[in-house]
Write a protein that binds this ligand. Structure first.
Ligand SMILES: [Zn+2]
Ligand SMILES: [Zn+2]
Ligand SMILES: [Zn+2]
Length: 181
């Protein structure tokens, strides 16, 4: 982990919506990067320990990447982790994401026609709106309250733990009329 993250990295477009307000005790760079964030989230070491996962540098880097890139695919997260760690193989990132998903630390979403995406907003069964044109993804709270989609009108005796609702459409940039036409 480099201590000197440059300003352009800190000014990531997603920074306003993501990140954690707590800080890692061991890594000052995390403190610098996430200080002042509004979204409350424990630091990566706490998150890993709470999930009973061993604390490793690749896992910390992937968690940081997930904060910076909500709903990112494996390649994007691997690239972001590499920016922090220097070298880390895509396979290693894949393994980290699988451990995160299995432990419930991370939610995996699989929109049709897209590689799997990952996010650290878990446990609330929120939904997603996806742009058909560019693949942009945004969170959508349940339309009817807290996890109501899990209360199916008929369960057929199944124990339901997830309701997959995806809103498809065009994002604001893609919906804007093309000025050249
Ligand atoms: Zn779009
Ligand atoms: Zn989401
Ligand atoms: Zn819902």
């Amino acid at each position: 982990m480099r201590e000197s993250d440059d300003a352009s990295k800190l000014a990531h477009p997603h920074r306003a919506q993501t990140g954690w307000s707590g800080c890692c005790h061991n890594l000052e760079s995390f403190k610098k990067r996430w200080l002042g964030e509004r979204v409350p989230h424990p630091d990566p070491v706490t998150m890993l320990r709470a999930a009973r996962l061993r604390v490793t540098r690749p896992r910390i880097a992937v968690l940081a990447a997930l904060h910076r890139h909500p709903h990112a695919d494996t390649d994007t997260l691997a690239e972001a982790a590499r920016a922090d760690l220097g070298t880390v193989s895509t396979q290693a990132v894949y393994d980290v994401l699988r451990a995160f998903t299995e432990s419930g630390l991370v939610r995996r979403i699989e929109p049709a026609g897209s590689p799997a995406r990952f996010e650290i907003r878990v446990g609330d069964n929120h939904h997603h709106v996806i742009c058909r044109h560019c693949g942009a993804i945004a969170d959508v709270d349940c339309a009817v309250g807290e996890r109501p989609c899990l209360d199916a009108s008929e369960t057929h005796g199944f124990v339901i733990d997830e309701a997959e609702v995806i809103y498809w459409g065009l994002c604001p940039s893609c919906a804007r009329p093309d000025p050249s036409s």
